[in-house]
Design a protein around this ligand. Sequence first.
Ligand code: AQP
Length: 325
Amino acid sequence: MSKRVFSGIKPSGNVHLGSYLGAMKHWAEGQTHGFNIFCVVDLHAITVPQDPKELVKNSYDIVAMLLAVGIDPQKSLLFVQSHNPDHTNLSWALNCILSMGQMNRMTQYKEKSEGKDSVSVGLFDYPALMAADILLYDTTEVPVGEDQKQHVELTRDVAEKFNSKYGVTFQLPVPVIPKVGGRVMSLTNPTKKMSKSVNDPMGTIGLLDNLESARKKIMSAVTDSENKVSHDESRPGVANLMEIYAELTGISLESIEKQFEGSGYGDFKSAVADEVIKSLKHLQEKFENFRNESALRDMLQENSQKAYEISHKKLSEVYSKIGFI
Ligand code: AQP
């Protein structure tokens, strides 16, 4: 099977540096090989409450940002999940194969439901829909941040279970996680990942943030009292900044240690802030050029039709194997 890539992103807020470094940047770079499919997963976004007007805005924003990052709809399929009903249809079939025990082991659900008074069934069931997203397209690779690894493993498990019950139907995908940048942490609490929906404005750098406010966030990032630029997991604040710098510049962690030997955190943070601002400025300029709703709508319609042509063959095969007439 030749390489086929699928990945998704939720339109659930101002997309941040973590998603850019952990996922989107690699999606754009990977377009030179194989067939690539990128999906704005709005059905996943509504697993937690969304304001309808904000959801519309965020959906167009994220499509424009994906184009700004370098996703080329002439080379890759770029569409919105709710435009292709095959995703929800396959997820139902997978729901009936997945066990409660398997779903109960998903750590992201535990994290996202912690401390909440009320949690939707959709949030619990999210990994079944994610499995459907991936399996509909014979995906071989799923480039994601570290946080999604367990969901891709669950996707493999449900695919294997289906294949052994009904005969080989699904390709088994592998997660592809960047060695550096796979888990960008909050700048205020570097033991938690940077996240759009957590109320942590000083800990999260949005790709659409005002540039000066982004600089302030980096300059006030939590570090430690050692004042030494070295990569050590017991000092997660400085390790996080080093990883951000490494991903943005392409410089290895070892070379960064040498580059900043003898300098304090102030100089280092200033260098990180310069790189972050350079990237944000570049992305924001491109974003403005792409943020045209009618042009985006036309492109999305064309792409979702192409996606449906692929996915519907797979769904029909599944339905027939299950015994639907
Ligand atoms: N902090 C992160 N570091 C590295 N990669 C990350 N990703 C997300 N956060 C980080 C990766 O970005 C892709 C898109 O993620 P998503 O927006 O669909 O969902 P998420 O992983 O749930 O991200 P958030 O920011 O935490 O969203 P909310 O708060 O809305 O749930 C994925 O490949 C993800 O791994």
